[in-house]
Design a protein around this ligand. Structure first.
Ligand code: PNS
Length: 158
């Protein structure tokens, strides 16, 4: 069975993330969504919260599994038996860093990376901007699933 690993911070998951994951399902039989848990960073949503959000958002997709990892991505890829890492590319500005990581992961473990060009409607979308807009009271309803919009509202406005 061919498995793709979609890794990321997902702080929080956006419509762009869901789009990439759903498009992976057209190509791969199994998709593992890997949420990074980096103890030296302070995300808005804990790793447990991000995993819970993604599980709820992807509940209609039985071929998707959600997990979290610490340390090297290639080590996690091996534990979930992933053949390939899949990342979304929004614009050329993403390319340099993503290409560097892809080459490093190949060097470390012969792990291939494939890129999905995100839908143009999501090309400007990032979790950081979503957080900023939500924190400043802007409407994020068209950028994130309703559950995420609700959780952002609770985080910032209680
Ligand atoms: O959503 P993001 O922030 O673009 O995700 C970045 C992520 C989690 C894919 C990246 O930070 C990562 O792979 N971290 C694991 C650490 C690692 O393996 N580093 C060495 C290879 S580049």
């Amino acid at each position: 069975m061919s498995t793709a690993l979609c890794p990321g911070s997902f702080d929080p998951p956006t419509n762009g993330h869901i789009d990439v994951i759903e498009r992976c399902l057209d190509v791969f039989e199994r998709v593992v969504v890997g949420v990074i848990h980096n103890p030296s960073k302070s995300p808005l949503f804990s790793a447990e919260e991000r995993v819970g959000l993604l599980e709820d958002l992807l509940t209609d997709h039985p071929r998707v599994e959600v997990g979290s990892f610490e340390g090297l991505l290639v080590d996690y890829a091996k534990t979930v038996d992933a053949r390939v890492i899949v990342k979304g590319l929004r614009a050329v500005t993403d390319f340099d860093y993503e290409f560097q990581m892809a080459q490093m992961n190949y060097e470390l473990a012969n792990m291939d990376t494939m890129f999905v060009a995100t839908s143009p409607v999501y090309s400007y979308l990032s979790s950081s901007l979503v957080k900023e807009v939500a924190r400043l009271g802007g409407n994020v309803d068209s950028l994130v699933p309703p559950l995420v919009a609700q959780r952002l509202q609770e985080k910032f406005y209680g």
